[in-house]
Design a protein around this ligand. Structure first.
Ligand code: C2E
Ligand code: MG
Ligand code: MG
Length: 407
């Protein structure tokens, strides 16, 4: 019980009884500080006056005046970085839709509660809060804090490290490849995730040097692994802003050749969102990248715009379904429908289909059953530094020997 006492909770609900009731339950469960607000406006006011941040907000989505959706939009704009639990008496589809909207806005929704609120459900949510905190920096708390000069200096000082996250084959669960994810090793904040600095890099004309540097470091690491006898491929993220020069295929080929690794062990991941910008130029460059032997992946499939057009014209070899369509699919029928049709679509185009963002066993089993080729997500492993990955791989292979032997 004691571990929860320093958690600060804000409850937002227009129903005074509910406010009293939930506050009482929270105190019973050991939360010492419960703040209340009778509507969205009051909630925003309470948040704005806090010196110490609120850890958890329990928010009704049906409120007169400012409803839950508007309230969430406002707190997302204000960069609220605590956890959120949504609750309501509305039907579960609407609650789910609001939850997704909040996640899309970058908020951390850790659960939903249906009315009437049961003490057991509330206790389960508090348990989630008491889980150990990740070492990496929470993106929502640092958005736009950094300026171009700081980022430029970090690149000059070589403060960018690469974390590697494994992908496994759905058929036999063996590790096939790793995605290379940039992290800024920051003196004050520890490892900062790319959502906080990639756009600054893109907007300040630094993306070409940055990507080439990431590609170089990643392929050098691949070379080490290949020499150790590991049969791995790597995936490197390429920004659409990179496709601004026709000699890009040569630049990437050179970077890979300098590391002595074959280009067909390198997959370049591109987010489909902005592919339409200069379609002919993108098509030209991507086709020549393929001709050089690289694999080409459509990243975050389903969240962009030109998906069908992209599939029809662009020479992709892989489709990576965004985690928004994978997370919770085993429990949510509409997520599952989108997931299943995206996998079928990718397979029909002859692409290697990867599902990312798999966080639990049920979703992992489901995507394998639905026919995807590769799986990536926290359920397999979080992104890690190279040494940590090598150690993890040894353990993983040891633990999975039995699984492979019986297949
Ligand atoms: P992405 O390419 O879609 O990479 C997957 C992101 O999902 C990574 O976030 C990864 O840590 C996260 N992730 C993986 N499994 C799970 C899971 O099970 N649950 C959840 N909630 N998340 C999971 P990360 O490393 O913060 O990267 C965010 C994005 O930043 C990447 O999305 C990619 O678009 C971009 N990025 C990363 N490194 C680079 C880079 O070197 N160059 C460029 N241009 N973009 C990069
Ligand atoms: Mg990616
Ligand atoms: Mg992705």
């Amino acid at each position: 019980m004691n571990k929860k006492t320093n958690i600060r909770v804000l409850v937002v609900d227009d129903d005074k009884f509910m406010l009293e009731f939930i506050s009482l339950l929270l105190r019973e469960l050991g939360v010492s500080e419960v703040l209340v607000a009778e509507d969205g406006k009051a909630g925003l006011y309470v948040l704005s006056t806090q010196v110490t941040p609120v850890d958890l907000m329990i928010c009704d989505i049906e409120m007169p005046g400012m409803d839950g959706v508007e309230f969430l939009r406002n707190i997302a704009d204000q960069k609220y970085s605590g956890k959120i639990v949504l609750f309501s008496g509305v039907d579960s589809d609407l609650l789910k839709a609001t939850e997704r909207l909040a996640i899309v806005r970058g908020l951390q929704v850790i659960g939903t509660l249906a009315k009437p609120v049961m003490v057991g459900a509330l206790a389960a949510i508090l348990e989630k809060l008491a889980m150990p905190v990740l070492k990496t920096v929470d993106p929502s708390s640092f958005k736009q804090i950094f300026n171009a000069e700081e980022v430029r200096q970090a690149l000059i000082d070589d403060h960018i490290d690469i974390f590697f996250q494994p992908k496994i084959a759905a058929s036999n669960r063996r590790v096939t490849s790793v995605e290379c994810l940039a992290r800024w090793r920051h003196a004050q904040f520890g490892y900062v995730t790319p959502d906080n600095f990639i756009s600054i890099i893109e907007q300040n004309g630094l993306i070409n040097d940055f990507t080439r540097n990431i590609l170089k470091k990643s392929t050098q690491q691949l070379d080490v692994w290949l020499q150790q006898g590991l049969d791995l491929k790597i995936s490197v993220n390429v920004s659409m802003e990179n496709l601004d020069r026709f000699n890009l295929p040569e630049i990437y080929q050179e970077a890979v050749q300098e590391s002595n690794v074959p280009t067909d062990r390198v997959i370049l991941e591109i987010t489909e969102g902005k592919l339409g910008k200069d379609f002919a130029q993108s098509l030209d460059i991507l086709t020549r990248i393929r001709l050089k032997g690289f694999g080409l992946s459509i990243d975050d499939f389903g969240t962009g715009y030109a998906s069908m057009e992209t599939l029809k014209y662009m020479p992709f070899t892989e489709l990576k379904i965004d985690r928004i369509f994978a997370h919770g699919a085993a429990e949510d029928s509409s997520t599952r429908v989108i997931l299943e049709s995206s996998i079928k679509l990718g397979k029909a185009f002859g692409l290697n289909v990867v599902v990312e963002g798999i966080e639990n066993q049920a979703d992992c089993e489901l995507v394998a059953e639905l026919g995807c080729d590769e799986i990536q997500g926290y359920f397999i492993a979080k992104p890690m530094l190279a040494d940590e990955f090598t150690r993890w791989l040894i353990e993983y292979e040891k633990n999975n020997k039995n699984y492979w032997n019986y297949r």
